[in-house]
Write a protein that binds this ligand. Sequence first.
Ligand code: TXA
Ligand code: MG
Length: 313
Amino acid sequence: MKTGLTRSPQQAAEFIRGGGIVAFPTETVYGLGANIFDLEAVAKIFRAKQRPADNPLIVHIADLGQIELLASTVSENAKKFVMQFFPGPLTIVVGKSANVPVLATAGLNTVGIRMPRNRVAREFLEACRTPVAAPSANLSGRPSPTTWQAVSEDLDGRIDCILQAEPTEIGIESTVVDCTGEAPILLRAGAISLEELQVIVPETRNRDQANSKTSLSPGIMHRHYSPAGKVYLIDRDETVDLPGSAGYIGIHDRPEHFRFKKVSESVESYAHELFEFLRDCDRQKIGTIFCQTVSEQGIGTALMDRLRRAAEE
Ligand code: TXA
Ligand code: MG
């Protein structure tokens, strides 16, 4: 398959309307989209990414009116989050309507819904005239793409089109919150923190503090964010044993000589730069990658979550 490149959201949307799969930017990471109501198109996403079938997709909407096409029930808590955080980097999990294919939700009776705030994403979603199922636009297990070039590295020849735009602003995937139970449960940390959710619904809990069935987010157990090199997490004052070729990313400079180094200006920039840095290490065949730990507040919580997963064996 030849992968088309375009800067026109309308042209990219034509591929969706024709049953194809298209990579598009959002404020978090690039997504790989298909018409949620087209079963064959949704199946193409799983094939192109080599994604395990038990990992549910998030459905992206252009306007709040599309929620009723996807959800069977929207709890009061879900409505509060929608009013406060849509459009933005938040995914709400609610009961799914019968129209949504179970292939997209990995057999669950719930569906994740998100309305991106990125301008190009919104123009694209509007032109699609249907909600769009979209996981991150990387091969399964690889770091999520924050540039269209990273999408191309993983998926060129496997998808119909890439909507080319700027690098994404946040660089880490959306916060996912399950709103189906009595108290909302944070399933995946992201740019919107637990504290911010608690301002709106004080009962909101972390996954590990909740012990109900809904605390399990399928797909979260899968291998994630892995570059080819081995990732080690280090604290600021920790000494490291440098092998021949090592990379480093963090918010503090270090005295050792690294072959490839990135010192980010803030925790926000670190989050913004991490996935592209991991891909850069692969491009330069760097076998050992040191990543500085950060304190778990604000986006630091989401960043530490991604760092821990990248460092998993
Ligand atoms: O920022 C993002 O969320 C990006 C952009 C493209 O929107 N998308 C993204 O999708 O990160 P993906 O497929 O890489 O991650 C989706 C995750 C799943 O692995 C799962 O953990 C959670 O969202 N999820 C989706 N639907 C769910 C559901 N019905 N119940 C529980 N968790 C769900
Ligand atoms: Mg992903």
